[in-house]
Write a protein that binds this ligand. Structure first.
Ligand SMILES: NC(=O)c1ccc[n+]([C@@H]2O[C@H](COP(=O)([O-])OP(=O)(O)OC[C@H]3O[C@@H](n4cnc5c(N)ncnc54)[C@H](O)[C@@H]3O)[C@@H](O)[C@H]2O)c1
Length: 256
């Protein structure tokens, strides 16, 4: 596809399935030197062969590292695994979940589990990556997975929107904290993307057709389209861009 990530080592969390899988395959197609695929499970939720195997088929170095993003030690271990490939250049903190019931009365256990994955996860991952980038003197790029749900609220995703709103501001705060070291931090904010997360979350699946009709491009997004946006933010093509939330939503949030 391109060589915009030539020679770079990329880590992607939640990369067994869906958008993370497409990001991992996408960065490999855009020239990454090595891709570390991380998840709590190697098997894609939607079926098919594990992501790392497909990347190796493309002739790109890849290995799977099992890590639960809600655990600080797992994030540290994951970033440590990149030493084998010269250290991480692009850290993509994609892993996230939605809830089957996420209204105003969301259950406490569900709320805490979601926050630990969607909000603690990216902070611990960004901390681990930034420590290594600083130690190795790398002007790296950290990409956080936000959402249109982190830019506008929805009554069917109260905890989810709260977590993704946090991710949007986390990108801005970390951009300020790490910019002096040359490390950029951005978020991507996908709209309605056709994945298992969407299909297996009944309130979101039910709303998807309405979102599609209001989307200027009149279709759902494909995971690979998020992958291309992440490749751009990870590459030197975006060298003066930090602290943004890049909408990848077919225009949905830009219209009323
Ligand atoms: N699908 C959409 O429409 C959409 C829209 C906006 C944002 N997003 C965000 O994109 C990201 C990926 O979503 P998706 O649709 O590909 O979901 P998905 O369910 O298809 O894939 C998510 C992956 O994350 C992994 N995961 C779950 N908990 C984990 C943990 N604790 N540690 C590590 N990995 C874990 C899962 O095993 C799975 O492989 C999420 O952050 C989601 O919030 C999705």
């Amino acid at each position: 596809m391109s060589d915009i990530l030539s020679g770079k080592t990329v880590i992607v969390t939640g990369a067994a399935s869906g958008i993370g899988r497409a990001i991992a395959l996408g960065v490999a197609g855009h020239g990454a030197g090595a891709v570390i695929v991380s998840d709590i499970q190697a098997e894609p939720r939607e079926g098919g062969r594990p992501t790392a195997e497909l990347i190796r088929d493309l002739g790109v170095q890849s290995r799977f590292v099992r890590a639960d993003v809600s655990k600080r030690a797992d994030n540290d271990g994951l970033v440590g695994a990149a030493q084998e490939f010269g250290g991480v250049d692009v850290m993509v903190l994609n892993a996230g979940i939605s809830l089957r019931a996420d209204g105003f009365d969301v259950a406490e256990d569900d709320y805490r589990r979601l926050m630990s994955i969607n909000l603690d996860g990216p902070l611990f991952g960004a901390q681990a990556a930034a420590r290594q980038m600083k130690a190795l003197g790398k002007a790296g790029s950290i990409v956080l997975m936000g959402s249109m749900g982190g830019l506008a609220g929805a009554g069917i995703t109260v905890a989810y929107s709260t977590s993704k709103g946090g991710v949007t501001l986390m990108a801005k705060a970390l951009a300020d904290a790490l910019g002096p070291d040359g490390i950029r931090v951005n978020a991507v904010a996908p709209g309605t993307i056709d994945t298992e997360l969407l299909r297996s979350t009944p309130p979101i699946a039910a709303a998807a057709e309405g979102f599609r009709q209001r989307t200027p491009l009149r279709r759902l997004g494909q995971p690979s389209e998020v992958g291309d946006a992440v490749a751009f933010l990870g590459s030197d093509l975006s060298s003066y861009i930090t602290g943004i939330a890049l909408q990848v939503d077919g225009g949905l949030l830009s219209v009323i």
